[in-house]
Structure formats: structure tokens, C-alpha cells
Design a protein around this ligand. Structure first.
Ligand code: ADP
Length: 191
């Protein structure tokens, strides 16, 4: 099994690149943002709880997200590998993920971090907000609060994996294809 985390701030391009990578390498895409939005769309209890946090640009509690991922890994044991997008976002989530993968005798092979400047992030997210219908992209205050959550809680996840020498960073500014080439080259070293 090959497992990769695509790491980066909100707006760093994780979603776009994830779709291309999972298609090319036949991995199972796990995006907690998409999963949570789909829980909200179907009106589940989990979705109702998560919505209050997401609308304010703060992280959904670890227990909620970890429970959701646990079920998914359990139900996809035959997958060739997973690409995690937007997860783990806290050190507690990273530790829980390590434990969940261990149950299948697997581990995270590599964390690829997309580096993008803060001003570029805000510009991209405001641009996306005009067409995506995502209310958390339409308001600059909420965008700044998501970036702050990233700095306060999520950046530590990269430090956690650096201890195990698993982090590779790439420049996340440039064309979608240029970034995809760089990402693919890293994945190919492992597959
Ligand atoms: P982005 O990375 O552009 O902010 P996502 O779709 O990944 O977009 O996430 C949207 C929101 O969903 C986040 O602001 C957060 O509230 C919630 N969320 C997504 N993934 C997680 C996670 N792993 N832990 C906690 N909250 C999460």
C-alpha cells in the first residue's frame, strides 16, 4: 500500500492536484472537506455539527473527523493506497491516522507540502468564492481565520512528519501542470 498526504494551507491547490494524482496513480482520494460538505448536504447529525465550525472558518473537532476517517479506511482495505487531502489537520489527527493505518499494516509513506504565499492564498480563495458557492470562500474575515487555524494548529503536522523524515516541499505557485509534474515525480519515487 502507498499512502500520501497532500499538505498545504487553504487555497494551496490541494484539491485540484489531488484529483489529478489519484487519477494518474489509481489511489483512493480522501478529502475531509468534501466528506464534511457531503454530510452537510445530506443533512446528517454529523453534518449539522460540523457546519457551525466550518461556517466560522475554524476546525471541526478531532473526534468528529477521526471517526469519519476510521470508517473510510476500514471500508477500503482493498485500496491500492490513499491520498489524504485536508487531513490530518492537527497533531492529534496525525497520531490517530498512524494508529488506524497500522491496523492494516500500513503507514504514511510521504507528505508533500505545497508552499504558497499568504497573499496568493487569499486572492485564490476570494476568486474561488465567486463561483464555488462555498460561503467560507466568500468572506475575507473567514478566509483569514482559516489561514490562522492553519498556522496555529496544522503547521505542526508538518513538523510531526519531519521527525520521521517524511516531508517533501514543493513550490505551489506556477501553472497547474508544472506543479502536477513536480508532484508526480515525487510520487513515482515511491510507487
Ligand atoms: P480548505 O483547505 O480550502 O479550507 P477544505 O474543504 O479542506 O478547504 O475544508 C473546509 C473546512 O472544513 C475547514 O475550514 C474546516 O472547518 C473543515 N475541515 C476540513 N477538514 C478538516 C479536518 N481534517 N479537521 C477539522 N476540520 C476540517
Amino acid at each position: 500500500m502507498f499512502n500520501v498526504i497532500l499538505f498545504g494551507a487553504p487555497g494551496s491547490g490541494k484539491g485540484t492536484q489531488s484529483q489529478k494524482i489519484v487519477e494518474k496513480f489509481q489511489l483512493k482520494h480522501i478529502s475531509t472537506g468534501d466528506l464534511l460538505r457531503s454530510e452537510i448536504a445530506t443533512g446528517t447529525a454529523l453534518g449539522k455539527e460540523a457546519k457551525q465550525f466550518m461556517d466560522n472558518g475554524v476546525l471541526v473537532p478531532d473526534v468528529v473527523v477521526i471517526g469519519m476517517i476510521g470508517k473510510l479506511i476500514e471500508n477500503n482495505k482493498e485500496a491500492k493506497g490513499f491520498l489524504f487531502d485536508g487531513f490530518p489537520r492537527t497533531v492529534a489527527q496525525a497520531e490517530a491516522l498512524d494508529k488506524l493505518l497500522k491496523l492494516s499494516d500500513a503507514e504514511i509513506d510521504v507528505v508533500i507540502a505545497l508552499e504558497v504565499s499568504e497573499e496568493e492564498l487569499v486572492t485564490r480563495l476570494l476568486g474561488r468564492g465567486k463561483t464555488s458557492g462555498r460561503s467560507d470562500d466568500a468572506d475575507e474575515t473567514i478566509i483569514r481565520s482559516r489561514i490562522e487555524e492553519y498556522r496555529k494548529k496544522t503547521e505542526a503536522v508538518a513538523d510531526y512528519y519531519k521527525k520521521f523524515n517524511k516531508v517533501k516541499s514543493i513550490e505551489g505557485e506556477g501553472s497547474v501542470d508544472e506543479i502536477f509534474e513536480k508532484l508526480s515525480a515525487i510520487v513515482e519515487q515511491y510507487i
